[in-house]
Design a protein around this ligand. Sequence first.
Ligand SMILES: Nc1ncnc2c1ncn2[C@@H]1O[C@H](COP(=O)(O)OP(=O)(O)OP(=O)(O)O)[C@@H](O)[C@H]1O
Ligand SMILES: [Mg+2]
Length: 616
Amino acid sequence: MNMNEKVYKTKGELLLFFMKGSKRYFIGSTIFIVFLTFLNLVNPKIVSFTVDSVINDKETDLSQKLFPLLEKFFPASVGTPRAYLTEHLYLIAIAVVAVALVACICRYCSAILNTKGAEMLVMTIRNKVFSHIENLPFSWYMENKTGDIIQRCTSDVETVKRFLSDQLTNMIRIIILIISSITFMLGMNVKLTLFASAFLPVVFFFSLFFHGKFSKRFKEADEQEGILSSIAQENLTGVRVVRAFGRERYELERFNKQNEHYYKVWSKINLMLSVFWTSNDFFSGLQVLTVVALGAYYAVQGSLTAGEYIAFISYNAMLVWPVRMLGRMVNQMSKAGIAIDRIAYIMNSPAESDVSNALMPPIDRDIEFSHVSFSYEGSTEKVLDDVSFKIKAGTTLGVLGSTGSGKSTLMYLLTRLYEIAPDCGDITIGGVNIKQIKASWLRKNIGIVLQEPYLFSRTLGENISIGMDKATDRDVRDAARTASLLDTVEGFAKGFDTFVGERGVTLSGGQKQRAAIAQMIIHDTPVMIFDDSLSAVDTETDAKIREALREKSGKATVIIIAHRITTLMDADDIIVLDRGKVEEEGTHEKLLKKDGIYKRIYDIQTAGGLDKEEEM
Ligand SMILES: Nc1ncnc2c1ncn2[C@@H]1O[C@H](COP(=O)(O)OP(=O)(O)OP(=O)(O)O)[C@@H](O)[C@H]1O
Ligand SMILES: [Mg+2]
């Protein structure tokens, strides 16, 4: 597979990867935002020009440049531009409205592009994250909690989207506003500008201080939310157990406790937010007050004209807003940073990989386990200990063993759902080490009926033909017949169109097992594994299925794992697994003569001629 070996070292790298496709919308949106920002900056200039140079006839830098320019277009008969404008002040009003109108259009275009970009971004992130998850090794799923993963794919993605769509364009706007406002203000009165901007570092460092605090809390909140959704998800899927054991109260208490924990984390965050915003408001208010008062003083003193005073206050308002926003942005940034890290955790988990030039050899060959030892991640206990055996192509192997003796693990290793560590033995098929074989090829050719079958909420027919590109109704029927399911299905009013509830809840255990068998049989693979797949059907159906299988499987290599000796006694070879070791091996007759574990189990199961189903 080797789909995605890339490691995203920085948040930016990952974001750029996600922004493929949506980037141009964000760039478009930003261009309009830049226009909008400059237009916003124009109106105070027009107002101050009107007050000072049109109404009050005062020479300013702007009037010295603008009037000579206008005179070129003015016929002498009309008079000077200034006189004309004084008489037609409404023209200036129209200009102000026109600027505002164009600004509105810019805002609209920016918003449209931004929304489009944001939606596309979310779609891309979800697709990329999901496709990466699909390629992660089986063991990854065992090590991570479903609820937490789902949360990373939903609310974390949403947080990143909000940051990119709301904050990133705003950031550019804010930078332009701050720089331009200060430049214009400096042009009017240096002292007053210094007073006005003295507050900026205070607000900025104040934000920075809270930034650190928020990050920690948001991370905690996210983790708590993950645990909460895991509990909810576990309860939804495990509802049968909860009901059967009357655990509703316990589970409810567990949920409530976690919910309270989550609530407390958020309460703390909200308290911090209130402190942050209140003090932020206080500083901003203080700043505005200082500028208004000092500005009035300078205006009375004469170092600031009336028009400049109005413009100065407008620009100052434009300065206060971005500085306040800066606080919020920093805040959002920390939240988004955590969310990106959480998504990066998924994206940086190494995908399942094959060796380069992985092989696709024929699988209908001898299978050999040689000195295989295995421990699960994070445990030192040997689940398999130096296991060796051989299955000749086209024969049937029976595997008997107590629960937890490592039977399913053997099959996980054979299909490379888990990998054997280096120097812990090898599995070969036709002499080729399975590590050299493409995992997808291996699984395509080794059919496995899992111990716990899982059906999707689709029709029964769709469930049986899952993974088949082209399966005819006849194929489905044939597979169902071999699995002894046909009669049952024909008894259903809707036959193969019967809708199966989530995880197959609407079927009985035996029906589910037989559907899973049919699901494997339809693929007609050269190797078939039945992991305790006949345990939920009665002995008669068990025999019928095996008989049908024998007819159908022909040359296939079959591995039957079972607790019931009758299920595997016809096998060409039987291994008895005990605590991860092969204790006995041979045919049914040979093993009976041996008077070992196999014989003992046989005696228990057939005592008094009864077919006692004994879980060893
Ligand atoms: N994902 C896992 N992580 C850690 N330990 C595991 C995991 N899966 C199984 N084990 C442990 O490995 C041992 C062997 O498990 P395995 O499922 O192979 O047993 P089994 O022989 O198939 O049992 P059963 O007859 O009950 O199906 C058990 O002790 C089990 O607790
Ligand atoms: Mg098992």
